[in-house]
Design a protein around this ligand. Structure first.
Ligand code: UDP
Ligand code: MG
Length: 319
């Protein structure tokens, strides 16, 4: 018999969040909703006491499972591994740091019962996050919305409940540079939002460094839009248009007037300008080419060091 809900929790240095998170999850899933559930913790290469604490939780609750990665593969990949190993009729993705209140799962599940395939949680307000994060996140979601064809919901993280058919379709999407919230939107079916206020982190620090954030945003943009590439050709067309007019002007001066062109500054400026544009467009192309390269290697997305709590063959059935 498959579980009603699988909860997938990516873990990156979250040792002090495991117990409170488990307590609240159990409180809502078992005590309040009375459902058959499983919680899959995916340790994404953290070497603190996260795994130890998860095994402690496993001793009290047989519905808790652990996947332990061989190293840090990144948040989206950790979530993917959890999804791959889930067996529930629905799958909930939630962060470990209690920024996403587990109590919302109840409302998500009710919406699912009303016939929705995806119920995602939209951030009405973000508490306890830096101004920098708020501004960049805001900018990111709006840019993404403007340049992609897929309607990726604004201000929405991965906190969501998905039906089995969404999850099964998600598993058919083999890409390396995963942008899960985009893939889910792309999958279609009936999707809806519930709003919430995002809390502060319960304990620990964000695992998203600036570089991880930049990679993540570029993954989002490059997997759902080719507009940056088109932009490169548009900018190229405009600058060569202007250059052509300027060339005609220079030829005219040379042939029909006595004015000699003594323009070191203008030569420098145009050189640097064109050089800058060339490098920029090359960089944009590089982002795409690099991703094609990673995809073409067809390496597995993650390597598991240890797996606990899964009964034999249980996860294989749903592969
Ligand atoms: N996380 C992960 N691998 C990473 C970074 C983060 O599995 O390389 C997990 C982290 O433990 C948390 C979730 O992803 O459960 C969201 O990360 P975080 O809270 O650090 O991001 P933020 O909320 O600051 O955007
Ligand atoms: Mg967080």
């Amino acid at each position: 018999m498959s579980k009603e809900i699988s909860v997938v929790v990516p873990i990156y240095y979250e040792e002090d969040n495991i117990f409170p998170l488990h307590k609240r999850l159990k409180g809502i899933l078992k005590e309040e909703m009375g459902l058959d559930y499983e919680i899959i913790f995916v340790n994404d290469g953290s070497t603190d006491n996260s795994v130890f604490n998860i095994t402690k939780v496993m001793q009290q609750d047989s519905n808790v499972k652990l996947i332990d990665f061989s190293r840090n593969f990144g948040h989206q990949i950790a979530v993917t591994a959890g999804i791959d190993h889930s067996s529930g009729k629905t799958v909930v993705l939630i962060d470990a740091d209690l920024q996403d209140p587990p109590e919302l799962i109840k409302e998500m599940y009710q919406r699912y019962k009303q016939g929705y395939d995806v119920v995602y949680a939209k951030r009405k307000k973000r508490n306890g996050e830096s101004l920098f994060k708020k501004i960049t996140a805001n900018l990111f979601y709006r840019t993404l919305d403007n340049i992609t064809d897929v309607d990726i919901p604004l201000d929405t993280g991965d906190f969501r409940l998905m039906s089995r058919r969404i999850v099964d379709n998600l598993k058919q999407m083999p890409e390396n540079n995963k942008f899960i919230r985009g893939l889910v939107a792309w999958a279609g079916f009936k999707q809806t939002a519930i709003e919430y206020e995002r809390n502060e982190r319960y304990s620990g620090e964000t695992g998203y460094s600036l570089w991880k954030m930049i990679k993540f945003s570029l993954d989002g943009i490059t997997s759902f839009s080719t507009i940056p590439l088109k932009l490169a050709s548009i900018i190229g067309a405009i600058t060569s248009g202007f250059s052509f007019i300027y060339i005609l002007y220079i030829i005219y001066l040379k042939l029909f007037t006595d004015i000699t062109i003594s323009g070191w500054s203008s030569a420098m400026v145009s050189n640097l300008f064109i050089g800058g544009i060339i490098l920029l467009t090359l960089g944009v192309m590089g982002e795409y080419v690099g991703r094609i390269f990673t995809e073409s290697k067809r390496r597995p997305l993650y390597i598991i060091k240890d797996k606990r709590g899964f009964k034999d063959g249980e996860e294989e059935i749903h592969k």
